[in-house]
Design a protein around this ligand. Structure first.
Ligand code: 2P0
Length: 347
């Protein structure tokens, strides 16, 4: 029986505070604008993936939460090809290495997301996919170098190779080589940041991110201003707010950018609705918390679905979670479950 080589890796979920929405190149999976996210704790939300390879395997294969998944798509194939090329270069330099680059790969992947979380999993999924194969191949590439590969699997995945506060710089090269993720600050820089995930629906989203963003780029008249003017300025302002641990600045930018993203979705033809009445109730509750506090102590953000992620500082936890808990009794459509998630991950 041929030897089986394997390695296991985990990757966390990230939630963007400056949103990625729009592709410059669908082939390279490069974005129209840079984005910035906070990585959540692996204790709460993560994908764990075991990659194995062997001369005895017949084909590349992936099992996700126990079910077989197709890997013939261009995105998975791009990740396999790039990682194999890096391994092959190592083997060419050192003939004592086993020829893993020529073996088929098997991937077994599990999410530990709370069943009703309804959170996007492609970011953690492709980050763990790339990390596990890189570990199996004993690649020495840095997380930023690997982010270039994960980006081709799913854009937001490039940010899940880091903990803390992470920017995906859109890059300017034709070949996408400089469209990569970098850590803006480690988690330890601002360790009191917290996030609550308010589950509104765990249903699969109606419009996929990929088709939604392509429709927005093609039809929204608001979109060019967002991508070319608004977001570049917000990226700089957000990096400054994080550097200075300025929660009010962070909150203002986070909420404004979520609203801007959902506005360009509404401006798409036909319009895309990710937020619903229960999402909007969450916005009103956060606005009310901030009004009563006399300053911004909570910041909502919504991705391509109705669930709210609410960032706050640990110092205000009792206030924020207390109000959210009370509100869940009155707002139709909110699950009584919400997760308090710490963005703490090892750096
Ligand atoms: C983000 N989203 O920055 C934004 C905000 C959704 C809303 O990244 O086509 O699944 O795989 O590159 O990464 C979702 O898009 O899209 C996303 P693909 P992805 O987190």
């Amino acid at each position: 029986m041929a030897e089986i080589y394997h390695a296991t890796a985990t990757a966390p979920v990230n939630i963007a505070v400056i949103k990625y929405w729009g592709k410059a190149s669908t082939k390279l999976n490069t974005p129209t604008n840079s984005s910035l996210s906070v990585t959540l704790s692996q204790d709460d939300l993560r994908t764990i993936t075991t990659a194995s390879c062997s001369a005895s395997f017949d084909s590349d294969a992936l099992w996700l939460n126990g079910a077989p998944h197709d890997v013939s798509n261009a995105r998975s194939q791009a990740c396999f090809a790039e990682l194999r090329a890096l391994r092959k270069a190592k083997e060419d330099q050192d003939s004592s290495l086993p020829p893993l680059s020529s073996y088929k790969l098997h991937l077994i992947s599990e999410n530990n997301f709370p069943t009703a979380a309804g959170l996007a999993s492609s970011a953690a999924g492709f980050a763990a996919f790339v990390r596990a194969i890189a570990d199996l191949y004993e690649l020495e590439e840095t997380p930023t170098q690997l982010s270039r590969i994960a980006r081709q699997g799913s854009g937001s995945a490039c940010r899940s190779l880091f903990g803390g506060y992470v920017a995906w710089e859109k890059g300017s090269r034709e070949d996408g080589y400089d469209s990569i993720a970098v850590q803006v600050a480690p988690e330890s820089h601002w360790p009191t940041m917290r996030a609550a995930v308010l589950v509104i629906s765990d249903a699969k989203k109606g419009v996929s991110s990929t088709s939604g963003m392509q429709a927005t780029v093609a039809t929204s008249t608001l979109f060019p201003n967002r991508a070319n003017v608004i977001v570049p300025a917000r990226m700089e302002a957000m990096k400054k707010a994080i550097a200075e641990k300025d929660f009010e600045g962070f909150a203002e930018l986070t909420m404004a950018d979520s609203n801007s993203f959902h506005a360009v979705c509404l401006d798409t033809i036909p319009p895309i609705f990710y937020m619903n009445d229960s999402s909007r109730a969450a916005v009103r509750v956060v606005e009310e918390i901030n009004r009563c506090a006399g300053k911004k102590v909570a910041a909502y953000t919504f991705d391509a679905g109705p669930n709210a992620v609410i960032y706050y500082d640990e110092a205000n936890e009792d206030l924020i979670l207390g109000v959210l808990k009370k509100a869940t009794d009155h707002v139709t459509g909110w699950s009584d479950k919400y997760s308090r998630i710490s963005p703490k991950v090892p750096d």
